[in-house]
Design a protein around this ligand. Structure first.
Ligand code: 13P
Ligand code: SF4
Length: 318
């Protein structure tokens, strides 16, 4: 048993070294979202939320960007860095929220509201971004919406929970597309309340993609990065984390003395809430993708240019 474990550790170290060597040889950078498996977060050159990944993708001097996240994050990197090769370890790493907003249906929806500005969460396909005036992430959504006049006619898509939360915090009445993330919608209010009763000293930190009843019991609501910052700055020692549990890895690294409890989903007893798309990426796939320079994210240039405007507008306003 002990022997097997040490073989596994040496294989893992081997793979890690091979990935690092390929990165040097090919001038490649690895960017990972906080929802990635721990070993991928540990080897990445940059770890961040969706806004930070977009900003880094625009700035890097690397020839190859490996986006360890989901497809729309790879697309965002490619849109902002068309001259670079953008790779993703598993092309099937999609997003239920992006899938809940097909471009043709979104276009029909927008047509019903002439004169409205279209704001889209970055969790969308390039085709939806091309229909969008300005993108937002959960980190900058409120700040950007508040830059519009209070009576501005706005459409917000695709996340109805985030849109509803921004409406309630800004007093806006944005028209919302009816989309959601299957991970954040799955958190169980009952189980969170049970945890709160069990640990009365714990603070509940929730992502705004969660449903309203869950947000109503949260002590703090924010993007992945905001939750991390809040937990780090807080004097409290225990937190119930209501977002994808991958972020707990960085929370623990930054706060070794604090306890982080993943909020449980409705229909699972495992106590963890992992995004099955995010978790498709593995160290083996990361290695193969660097070695073979595949799978690559490619976008039609006309579509890229249209989609780029809405992201650049976001970067300017964040
Ligand atoms: P942020 O990275 O903006 O917090 O978004 C969370 C998310 O669901 C990404 O897929
Ligand atoms: Fe998409 Fe939800 Fe997974 Fe984020 S957690 S990538 S929004 S499915």
């Amino acid at each position: 048993m002990l022997k097997n474990t040490s073989i596994e550790i040496s294989e893992k170290n081997n793979l890690k070294e091979k990935i690092q060597k390929l990165c040097k040889e090919k001038n490649a950078v690895i960017m990972a979202h906080y929802y990635q498996p721990n070993d991928i977060q540990d080897i990445a050159h940059f770890v961040g939320d969706s806004l930070a990944l977009a900003q880094w993708a625009k700035q890097t001097n690397a020839d190859i960007i490996v986006v360890c996240g989901v497809h729309f994050m790879g697309e965002t990197a490619k849109i902002l860095s068309p001259g670079k090769k953008v790779l993703i370890p598993d092309l099937n790493a999609g997003c239920s929220l992006a899938d809940s907003c097909p471009a043709d249906k979104f276009e029909e929806f927008i047509r019903q509201y002439p004169g409205y500005k279209v704001i889209s969460y970055v969790n969308t396909t390039a085709a939806v971004k091309a229909l969008t005036d300005i993108c937002v992430t959960s980190t900058n959504a409120r700040k950007i919406v508040e830059q519009f006049p209070s009576d501005a006619k706005l459409i917000f898509g695709p996340d109805k929970n985030l849109g509803d939360y921004i409406n309630s915090t800004t007093g806006r009445k944005m028209i919302l597309w009816n989309g959601a993330c299957h991970v954040h919608e799955q958190f169980s209010l009952e189980k969170i309340l049970e945890l709160k009763a069990q640990y009365p000293d714990a603070l509940v930190l929730a992502h705004p993609e969660c449903k309203k009843p869950v947000l109503m019991v949260a002590d703090f609501i924010g993007s992945t990065q905001a939750l991390l910052n809040y937990a780090t700055q807080s004097e409290k020692r225990r937190f119930i984390i209501v977002t994808e549990s991958g972020v707990i890895h960085e929370m623990k690294k930054k706060n070794p003395g604090k306890e982080f409890i993943p909020a449980p989903p409705i229909d699972s007893s495992c106590g963890c809430s992992e995004c099955n798309f995010m978790r498709l990426n593995t160290m083996e796939k990361l290695y193969n993708c660097l070695l073979n320079e595949q799978p690559e994210i490619l976008i039609d240039e006309t579509l890229r240019r249209k989609a780029e405007k809405s992201i650049l507008q976001m970067l300017e306003m964040s």
